[in-house]
Write a protein that binds this ligand. Structure first.
Ligand code: GDP
Ligand code: MG
Length: 454
């Protein structure tokens, strides 16, 4: 059986570079996963081009198979684009108050976020003040007041001054209405007097990008010089993310991003689109309508979510630690000699099972998430049964399953507590697998599928 296979392994052992065919198949899967996650097409193109370039220059690893190696590169690159791999904290002012301005389209989730941010800050010992600088929509001020009340955070609003959280009401003499810039400026003054240490300014949004809106946001920005300008974007926006993010980046030059509505179907592709087009960090995610549906953003977790691979890095780390290279090499040799028997199969099965329950492993394979239901039904006992059956065979039977006749089958079934037809099924599957492996190795010398080659 085939010199091709052994030469393929020799090639891997010689530590050359990853080959184009190793890389392109994996990249095709990655591209599909990114498009499924609604990453903008232009971003997918530039991203995969970068991955390909990097992968082509990569030395073949001793402990990872080429697919795992490419996936590892994808994950590193993705985490990098999403925030240089580190969580970016809020930038607090040296001299309070810290001023945080929210910007984004109408319905993006700014007002909801103001409440969450206020609640979160208050919970960690800050004294926030919410500011109603959206004077565009009739109910915007009231909406913020309701949110503030729920969060127990005071709201500064035109005409009504400050509504305190159950304590004293504060009003500002001479305050005017109708001008969001003045509202923002007055609120900051009040925060200084009353020692609120953070000021969160809610601003107006439009349904689409609009120069008048952008100018208003810019005017507020210039009047109060915020420490943070957070661009809030609906994760469900999909392909429009690029254009909207660009417009706000040019319009108000925001300092950070908040991704909202991540509780829905959105896989978070907008995160990659926005981060790669603007280069700005993502600080938080919003995951529901409740006050506590709010999380600090972690680039590594979002990378997994976008690719829908479960915790692929964990899998790879486990594989690096636990795969016995020597064993894998021996198996490959046997396969190439045509002497891969059930005992070898049992060894391989145990190697794989060291990594964790099969169900979890399968769930980490790219594209498998679509089969969640089937995975749920995957019966771990099936694997136990397989092991038990092989254990009930003699060494000679394991080496050469063709000698297993009817009476041996009955003995094995009895010994492992299964039916004869279950033994038959296993032998049949093994025979098919052996045939398939022979074919695969004849065709492309591709190594043991799923067995992490040397
Ligand atoms: P704004 O126009 O940017 O101020 O957006 P709003 O804060 O008024 O939010 C618009 C709608 O989206 C409201 O119905 C919110 O309840 C809802 N919303 C905001 N954030 C989230 C979120 O993270 N998840 C979900 N499911 N709904 C949200
Ligand atoms: Mg609003």
């Amino acid at each position: 059986l085939t010199d091709k296979l052994s030469s393929a392994f020799k090639h891997l052992k010689s530590k050359g570079k990853l080959s184009e065919s190793d890389i392109d198949g994996t990249i095709r899967e990655i591209r599909r996963a990114l498009l499924d996650a609604d990453v903008a097409l232009s971003v997918v193109r530039s991203f995969t081009a970068r991955i390909r370039e990097r992968a082509l220059g990569t030395e073949v690893s001793q402990s990872l198979n080429p697919v795992q190696q490419v996936v590892k590169i994808v994950n590193e690159e993705l985490t990098d684009v999403l925030g240089a791999g580190v969580d970016r904290p809020l930038n607090f002012a040296k001299n309070p108050p810290t001023i945080i301005m929210l910007a984004g389209l109408q319905g993006a989730g700014k007002t909801t976020l103001a409440g969450k941010l206020g609640y979160w800050l208050k919970d960690s010992g800050h004294t926030p003040l919410l500011v109603a600088a959206d004077l565009q929509r009739p109910n915007a001020v009231t909406q913020l007041q309701v949110v503030g009340e729920r969060a127990g955070v005071p709201v500064y609003a035109p005409e009504k001054g400050v509504q305190s959280d159950g304590g004293e009401d504060v009003t500002v003499p001479g305050m005017t209405t109708g001008d969001p810039v003045k509202v923002a400026r007055d609120a900051v003054e009040l925060a200084k007097q009353k020692l609120y240490d953070t000021v969160i300014i809610d601003t107006a949004g439009r349904l689409g990008v609009d120069e008048e809106l952008m100018k208003q946001a810019r005017d507020i920005r210039d009047a109060v010089q915020p420490n943070e300008i957070l661009f809030v974007i609906d994760a469900m926006i999909g392909q429009d993310a690029v254009q909207t993010a660009k417009a706000f980046d040019e319009g108000v030059d925001f300092t950070g991003v908040v991704l909202s509505k991540l509780d829905g179907d959105a896989r978070g592709g907008a995160a990659l689109s926005v981060a790669s087009v603007t280069g700005k960090p993502i600080l938080f995610t919003s995951t529901g309508e409740g006050l506590k549906d709010f999380e600090v953003f972690h680039p590594d977790r979002m990378a997994s979510r976008i690719l829908d691979m479960g915790d692929i890095m964990t899998l790879i780390e486990q594989a690096q630690k636990q795969f016995d290279e020597e064993e894998a090499r021996k198996a490959a040799e046997k396969l190439s000699e045509g002497s891969f028997g059930l005992d070898d199969f049992l060894d391989q099965l145990q190697q794989v099972r060291k990594l964790g329950p099969m169900k979890n492993l399968l769930g980490m394979i790219p594209g498998m998430a679509a089969h969640r239901k089937e995975l749920e039904q995957f019966d771990e006992r099936e694997v136990d049964r397989t092991e038990a059956i092989i254990r009930s065979m003699t060494p000679a039977e394991r080496r050469d399953p063709s000698i297993i006749d009817g009476s041996r089958r009955r003995r094995i079934a009895f010994g492992s507590g299964v039916t004869v037809s279950q033994v038959n099924a296993l032998l049949q599957r093994f025979e098919q697998a052996a045939k398939m492996m022979k074919r695969v190795s004849n065709n492309n010398g591709g190594g043991l599928p799923g067995f992490g080659g040397p």
